[in-house]
Design a protein around this ligand. Sequence first.
Ligand code: ZN
Length: 510
Amino acid sequence: MTSVAPVNGRYQELLERLGEISDLGRARALLAWDERTHMPPGGAEIRAEQLATLTRVRHERLSSDALGSLLDELRPATEELPYDSDEASMVRVTTREWEKARRVPSELRGEIARVASLAERAWLEAKGGSDFALFLPHLARNVALKRRYVECFDDFDHPYDPLLDDFEPRATTAEVRPVLDELREGLRPLVAAIAERADAVDSTCLHGAFPIPDQERLVRGLVTDLPLDQGSWRLDTTVHPFATAITTTDIRLTTRYDETYVGAALWSALHEAGHGMYENGIDPALRRTPLCSPVSLGFHESQSRTWENWVGRGRPYVHRIHPRLRDAFPDHFGRVDPEGLYRAANRVVPSLIRMEADELTYNLHIALRFELELEIFEDRLALAELPEAWNTRTREYLGIDVPDDARGVLQDVHWAAGSFGYFPTYSLGNVIAGQIWALAEEALPDLADRLGHGELEPLRDWLRERLYRHGGKLTPAEMIERLCGGPLTVQPYLDQMRRKFTDIYGLDGR
Ligand code: ZN
């Protein structure tokens, strides 16, 4: 570790302050986890107050004058240190968080949270009755507040930039838009070609009756065999799967069981465990600081998808776990060979619901949401016209008609929750995963062989060394540059998808 001798005492003080801020944030995460896993319904009302208090106190500490002057004092000495040293990164990253926290009045933050929580309630009702008109005034208030939020910043080129920045630090619309355009245009012909050969893949083995206790046993066994540090995770059941880290060695994973489709629990558990593996691999020296987090949401998602799709739906791993599925559910998998299971796991079907989409068409769901968000914040689309714009684009990109708004524009919680700028990170995750996977294959020539023998540590160790342990020291652009020696690029992902699905669907080299 490098040193900041002249200001050592002050640096210690910074760490103490950051430790408290982190404790408040993680305590909030734990309460939020509990709310979704174990809390009896009677706790809901006061839990909302408890979460709001922790949020407010944390924000006060983060945006305090005292923290600001401490950072000012430490900046000159730490800027002399290597860019990615703990100290230089700590002061740089905290300064940015402090500046963002200061720019947005707490009154506006409170209002955004309050209006979003009302909007979420209205959204649930609107979705239930497929009634967009009911949701529209709430959506309008959310968007208006987000416009006020954007106005708190003055150093952006596009009004969508500050929204994106909350999830993908320093990423810009100018940088992300061409990436997602290229991704969409690259995938559409592939998805169309697959649609013509839809019958080539049969996934019926994954559907039927799967008693939940048997699924639980299977999924727990698979997660136990992942290279997550022993004694540092637990797995629970929720309606929507998620992962949250209370610290690097306390990873909370959840999954969802569907009695009629075993894939729901299986691959969502691998997905969430991928998020967990990233957090589990962050250097313990960074705990209780703002650096103890993944680079960005896009990077976080790149790792959940790596373990869910590149590993978990990859041929070697699926062949490896075939006997376990056959033993757990002989009626379903007794007559399917490992290759049949691999094909079933990778069936591509354009569908209405993003959360149920396959690996490929998922990106088209994201493309349409991202484009609509841009149009809203560029003032090119009136909110009242959103359902029609949604339906037109669904037909264009996925080739299907939207029967009602519940299965269309009202399906996701994000816009109700005020999370504009979030959607693109899902697809950025795929793009980043493609770039990193290409590197991993180069660095670990026997990777497929290892995965086929159930040896997952070499991949995990390589990812830890190159990515996980560094936490949030670098921005997404800096991390991609360091890993790949260049910018974010779609080509590796498109190449991998074309190779994989050309093989599975027999597309003769398209
Ligand atoms: Zn995820």
